[in-house]
Design a protein around this ligand. Structure first.
Ligand code: NA7
Length: 574
């Protein structure tokens, strides 16, 4: 068990712990936010975390094959030169245990664990306007009273389990990939059924299939995937990373999706068919998300996208031996990259194994889970010992709405977001003063390499709190008007891409029944977003109301048109 906080007054169940700030979550965001507020601003801060260790998303997602889709040398904090020089990743795409080791290394190096209270789940956070304080309650009865509340709850931390009738009646074991047992699952000799073929299912399937007696993969929507071409990092590459982190930082912070490579400025139809095929082939061999960077217009122009889509489908046809299975796997209903583009290690090859079967649950949906397995609409039953739910997350809003957050006059966040998330910059919600949402809906977050998005948000929040304290400003709070203008801009940014062709994705909230269909992340690119946030601060926190200072008039708001910055920066990430 990790040690609890030692440098603050201990929390008894009845006493209220007074702090400058409370941070919810000890993943990439929470750790860095703690470091910034405590060590840079000298504040009295605590992190509360539901798990018994650091890691956030990586603490919970320990399913077989779980690894990062960002290249390891970019999936790192860049704020500390020393840390960059000390840490060495072993693979191009790190597996979850290595990422958890990295985050523990960071937490230990910066002595963060003494201010993290583990095994503590926040249940409620209520703003007291009179005192200008947030009152926070936890499941175990702890109470905190703080000036600033920072949610670092992650975008993909609230699991989505479809309400399959009869799920509880299943005699075998059911595991959700996002809540994987920490001591692992042994599939040896078992008949396994996997529901879901998103990024997670695509990573898990080859590993499960290699161990299980039988592996049935229930596919509703076919998906593109590009080989990760994962490999151990050579000594030469490790040396390159250590010697060039300034340059790598420059790239990840100046590309729209925060990855360590630039997107080509060439368009698909700038080259003839033969040349294009050659380019796609080269990028396929390089693998991973770099494939998406082969042409700049893949995510903007449907005809351009069709060429990439067809290239991948042909690859699938060439890998998968059974023509019926290949046909199901290539019956893809959306343009490439409009749904989170997975990368894989041997996914399509897995369907050539004798113990693997692809089950089409699009034309013949899952009707119910029986005591013995999965039954489809037509009455076909698949007998199973283990069901793996790779069914994703109540993304972006779920982790926040799981907490009873109430702003001014007891206004519940759940009510404000009834019709979909409303934020300004993904950072704040009107009516919730001094509350900051790291990688909240409306920010680039999941369309960007996450640590890059996180560092920018954490640093902006830190600068903001520093400014407030220096200038004696009591509260910062965005307005309805700012949120509405930002909503329009977020919508425009999504519509400038091909994302609206795939409205059935979690980006739109479509995977959770009843969830409002709103495109949640900001697709205008991290580069543009970073500039907007910088301008907002430099212009006296435009779009926010500052109170507690006599002569600080509410700053004017930049009209929505200014956000577009003449589209000088290429668009979305991945
Ligand atoms: P995703 O991408 O939301 O994928 C969930 C999968 O589960 C997807 O294939 C779904 O099919 C499938 N699903 C969900 N409900 C059902 C039902 N009722 N029946 C059959 N199939 C179902 O989650 P992941 O965990 O793979 O990835 C989430 C993110 O984590 C990923 O994008 C990365 O950013 C990391 P559908 O497509 O809805 O037809």
């Amino acid at each position: 068990m990790p040690e609890g906080p030692t440098n603050q007054s201990s929390t008894s169940k009845s006493a209220v712990t007074e702090l400058d700030a409370l941070v919810i979550g000890a993943g990439f965001s929470g750790l860095y936010q703690l470091l910034c507020l405590r060590d840079r601003l000298g504040m009295n801060v605590r992190v509360v975390e539901a798990g018994d260790g650091v890691g956030g998303t990586w603490y919970w997602n320990r399913y077989p094959g779980a690894r990062c889709d960002s290249e390891s040398h970019s999936y790192s904090y860049y704020f500390s030169k020393e840390l960059l020089e000390e840490w060495e990743w072993s693979e191009r795409y790190p597996q979850h245990p290595e990422i958890v080791r990295y985050l523990n290394y960071v937490a230990d190096k910066f002595d963060l664990k003494r201010d993290i209270q583990f095994e503590t789940r926040v249940t409620a956070a209520r703003y007291d306007a009179e005192a200008n304080k947030w009152n926070i309650e936890t499941e175990g009865g702890d109470r905190f009273r703080v000036t600033y509340l920072v949610t670092a709850v992650g975008c993909l931390s609230s699991t989505n389990t479809p309400k399959f009738p009869g799920l509880e009646s299943f005699k075998g074991k059911v595991y959700h990939t996002g809540q994987w047992p920490h001591d692992g699952v042994d599939f040896t000799g078992k008949r396994v059924g996997q529901i879901g073929t998103g990024s997670t299912g695509i990573q898990a399937a080859p590993v499960i299939a290699a161990q299980a007696k039988e592996h049935k993969i229930f596919q509703r929507t076919a998906n593109y995937s590009v080989p990760a071409n994962n490999h151990p990092l050579s000594d030469e590459f490790k040396k390159y990373v250590k010697e060039n982190h300034e340059e790598i930082r420059e790239i990840i912070q100046s590309t729209p999706n925060g990855h360590p490579f630039r997107i080509s400025d060439r368009n698909v139809f700038d080259v003839d068919d033969a040349e294009r095929a050659k380019i796609y082939e080269e990028f396929w061999d390089v693998g991973g998300l770099r494939f998406r960077a082969s042409f700049q217009d893949i995510v903007f122009d449907k005809k351009a996208n069709d060429t990439a889509a067809e290239f991948i489908k042909n690859k699938i046809r060439s890998i998968v031996k059974d023509p019926k299975t290949a046909a199901l796997l290539t019956d893809i209903d959306h343009p490439y990259s409009t749904k989170r583009p997975p990368i894989d290690t041997g996914y399509f090859e897995t369907f050539n194994r004798d113990n693997v079967e692809l089950v089409d649950v699009k034309t013949n949906p899952i009707k119910e889970i029986t005591p013995n397995g999965v039954m489809l609409e037509n009455g076909e039953e698949y007998e199973l010992d283990i069901i793996v739910l790779a069914t994703g997350f109540d993304a972006m809003t779920g982790p926040l709405l799981n907490i009873d957050i109430q702003g001014r006059d007891g206004l519940p966040l759940r009510e404000v977001w009834d019709g979909g998330p409303k934020t300004y910059l993904g950072l704040q919600v009107a009516g919730f003063p001094n509350m900051f949402t790291i990688t909240g809906p409306g920010s680039p977050s999941v369309l960007c390499n996450m640590p890059v998005a996180i560092e920018q948000h954490v640093e902006w929040v830190t600068d903001c709190i520093s400014d407030l304290r220096e200038q004696g400003i009591a509260t910062i709070e965005t307005t309805e008007d700012s949120m509405e203008k930002w909503r329009v801009h977020v919508n425009e940014a999504a519509h400038a891409t091909l994302m609206p062709f795939a409205r059935g994705t979690w980006y739109w909230g479509a995977n959770v029944p009843g969830k409002p269909r709103v495109f949640m992340p900001y697709a205008g690119g991290m580069t543009r977003y970073r500039l907007i946030c910088k301008n907002v601060r430099e212009n006296g926190y435009e779009g926010f109301k500052l109170s507690g200072v006599a002569d600080a008039p509410p700053p004017a708001f930049i009209p929505a048109g200014d956000f577009t910055l003449a589209a000088t920066v290429p668009g979305p990430g991945v």
